[in-house]
Design a protein around this ligand. Structure first.
Ligand SMILES: Cc1cc2nc3c(=O)[nH]c(=O)nc-3n(C[C@H](O)[C@H](O)[C@H](O)COP(=O)(O)OP(=O)(O)OC[C@H]3O[C@@H](n4cnc5c(N)ncnc54)[C@H](O)[C@@H]3O)c2cc1C
Length: 468
């Protein structure tokens, strides 16, 4: 039964965006109340689907007036619980989910500036298609590309496979438009590559995970479209051989696009999931390294040169053929999906830790993570982005996730690493922020949030402990 205030709130929201875009029925809200992993969920009063920056601002003002919290959500592919409401607690304010998926307008590609303006709900795939239509490409790519959005990728400062060449999402944002918790529209979409005029909104909002403002559009950098790609899958004897291979590739292969890492446990899982044997294998394989090179002409010569001289390689496959490449890349792209299927089988959502350490500490991290998984009795499935020392540690059937997180994240911090490389802090890692940020840094971050959102309305509990 709704209170009178809740009825009024829904009425006002319906006036702002149209009744058809305020979802209140249980079955319509359900998909917005649980995250991709199935680990994080919480109830909301309604899901509101604005269609313009003005409607976003109106919804925010209404939420402020009724003292409800607001959870920005887009593709809902986030893996740290930030895109869905917090679990219900006695005395806690109720939540509204704001879905940004109707903001899908894309501007004309400016080929001279190599930029395009996209609304927040445009998916990475649509962004890429628009770039390709203009003979250009996008600098960010990862497996959730068909659903993950521009707004979500900026809010989480997403990474993916091309970070080695082009940097994370933060580097791609040359302009931004957003609405603060006070309902103010801020930023600019002019896309000036040079401007030194005080506060830089893209820098402030990239990685803010929906806690400082709702992003409604962005002016994005594009990159040349290298239509010739060579992909190699290489089995190496040890993590050290993998890192030496990375160094040789960086030194000599100018077309290097991605260097990814797949542990044997991940290779076995994805191979079973897609029903195909691993394209390379050897009893001696300690790790698999997947390398992408992309250029305006066939880049395989440079790549083959490096592979033929590298030590520690026990098997390898290389292709430039589009169909075969797709098959090879599936062994990287479909790991997360394979993990989700395995977790459905065991009946417990996978416990995921996305971490990064300096490259020379990667071996120690893998040892520490395996030790923690063995002690828990769960199955560890690591894979990730080798060039950034970034591992996704997936624990299938974990019995004590908190204990695992304590052990692994403490090890990461003591190795000079970070508790979140690209997925964000969300609600999942808030308790461990003090491992990598000192009290002064946490105070400063809280002060910035309080200045923009004094009522703690936007995504409370994400990045910071929840106050009310
Ligand atoms: C199969 C798979 C593979 C993945 N691979 C990678 C990878 O390689 N690299 C990587 O970085 N991530 C990866 N992810 C994680 C995820 O896709 C990214 O975090 C992505 O950026 C989330 O985008 P989204 O649109 O789904 O955002 P959501 O999941 O809806 O939201 C994520 C966070 O951003 C906030 N947010 C969303 N939209 C806005 C907005 N417009 N304004 C303000 N805040 C907003 C939300 O409140 C939430 O805190 C993967 C996920 C899956 C399922």
């Amino acid at each position: 039964m709704q209170s009178a205030a809740q009825v009024d709130l829904i009425k006002e929201l319906s006036l702002a965006v149209g009744a058809a875009h305020v979802l209140v029925d249980d079955d319509l809200r359900a998909a917005y109340e649980v995250d991709w992993t199935g680990r994080y969920q919480g109830p909301c009063n309604a899901v509101v689907r604005p269609n313009s920056v003005e409607e976003v601002a109106a919804v925010i003002r209404i939420c402020a007036l009724y003292d409800v919290t607001l959870v920005p959500q887009a593709g809902n592919t986030g893996l740290v619980g930030g895109s869905v409401p917090r679990p219900a607690r006695p005395g806690a304010r109720s939540a509204i989910v704001m879905s940004l998926t109707r903001l899908t307008r894309l501007g004309r590609v400016d080929t001279a500036a190599m930029q395009v303006t996209a609304e927040a709900g445009v998916t990475l795939t649509t962004w890429r298609e628009s770039a390709h239509n203009a003979g250009l490409d996008t600098p960010v790519d990862f497996a959730a590309r068909d659903t993950a959005t521009i707004g979500g990728a900026i809010a989480t400062n997403a990474g993916g496979s091309r970070v080695l060449r082009f940097g994370t999402m933060r580097r791609q944002v040359v302009g931004i438009e957003a609405v603060t918790a006070k309902g103010a529209i801020v930023g600019s979409l002019d896309g000036l590559p040079k401007e030194t005029a005080g506060l830089h909104w893209p820098s402030l909002l990239a990685g803010s995970e929906g806690t400082l403002a709702v992003i409604t559009a962005a002016r994005l950098r594009l990159v040349p479209w290298f239509q010739h790609t060579a992909t190699a899958l290489v089995a190496v004897k040890s993590i050290e051989s993998g890192i030496r291979l990375l160094a040789a590739l960086r030194q000599s292969v100018t077309s290097l696009d991605a260097v990814e890492v797949i542990a044997p446990a991940a290779m076995r899982l994805v191979s079973d999931h897609i029903g195909q044997p691993p394209p390379v294998s050897s009893p001696e394989a300690a790790l698999y390294v997947m390398v992408d090179c992309a250029d305006h002409s066939d880049p395989s010569e440079q790549l083959l040169d490096v592979l033929s001289q590298a030590d520690g390689i026990v098997d390898s496959a290389i292709t430039t053929d589009a169909v075969q490449r797709k098959r090879l890349v599936a062994f990287r792209d479909r790991i997360t999906e394979a993990i989700a299927a395995a977790s459905t089988e065991v009946g417990v959502p996978t416990f995921k830790l996305d971490v990064a350490v300096p490259l020379d500490a990667l071996g120690d991290l893998i040892k520490a993570a395996q030790g923690a998984a063995d002690a828990d009795g769960c199955r560890l499935v690591p894979f990730g982005h080798l060039a950034e020392g970034n591992l996704h540690l997936n624990h299938i059937g974990a019995s004590h996730p908190e204990r695992l997180a304590n052990t692994v994240l403490s090890a990461v911090a003591s190795l000079g690493g970070t508790i979140s490389a690209e997925h964000g802090i969300g609600v999942a890692k808030v308790p461990w922020m003090s491992l990598i940020r000192n009290p002064a840094e946490l105070d400063a971050q809280a002060a910035i949030r309080a200045a923009l959102d004094p009522a703690d309305m936007l995504n409370p509990g994400v990045l910071h402990p929840q106050v009310t």
